[in-house]
Design a protein around this ligand. Structure first.
Ligand code: ZN
Length: 151
């Protein structure tokens, strides 16, 4: 399907995770989403989002509530969520890939892998088992999603 747009650049069809069509977007937006590993190309004119733009706010809230608004890295009050597998590496926005984090830890970790950051900071992690388990689970689910294995 080719959505024409002023006879210039064709618009890109955008599908959400369930395959529903969202508002089409311009090619540069589509490329940006794909470069940030937030979407994949289905064909030359279609991308599928790997996150639900309407749900991310809810996922974030759910993750914060689940972790009692406590930073899993340092135990302080958390106001942000940290992606265990970074978005830039294809990590999802689902709660299973999110942990509550204070903004300081979130910024300090940046794009480093959760495991290597954990090794460096193990001394200040309040509940090591819990965090290790979360990282393990997120990695496991990530591999499953990549394979396209249904839950
Ligand atoms: Zn923290």
């Amino acid at each position: 399907m080719n959505h024409s747009h002023d006879g210039e650049e064709p618009l890109i069809t955008v599908l959400n995770m369930d395959g529903q069509q969202l508002t089409p977007c311009l090619p540069h937006r589509a490329w940006r989403e794909v470069e940030r590993s937030r979407a994949v190309w289905i064909d030359e004119q279609t991308i599928q989002l790997l996150y639900n733009p309407f749900l991310f706010r809810d996922y974030r809230k759910a993750a914060l509530k689940r972790d009692h608004h406590t930073c899993l890295w340092c135990g302080r009050h958390a106001t942000t969520v940290d992606h265990i597998i970074p978005s830039s590496k294809g990590g999802s926005d689902l709660p299973q890939n999110l942990i509550a984090s204070c903004s300081e830890c979130n910024t300090k970790r940046g794009n480093r892998s959760a495991l290597s950051y954990l090794k460096e900071n193990a001394h200040s992690v309040p509940n090591l088992m819990k965090l290790c388990w979360r990282i393990f689970l997120a990695k496991y689910r990530h591999r499953q999603m990549k394979k396209g294995t249904p839950e």
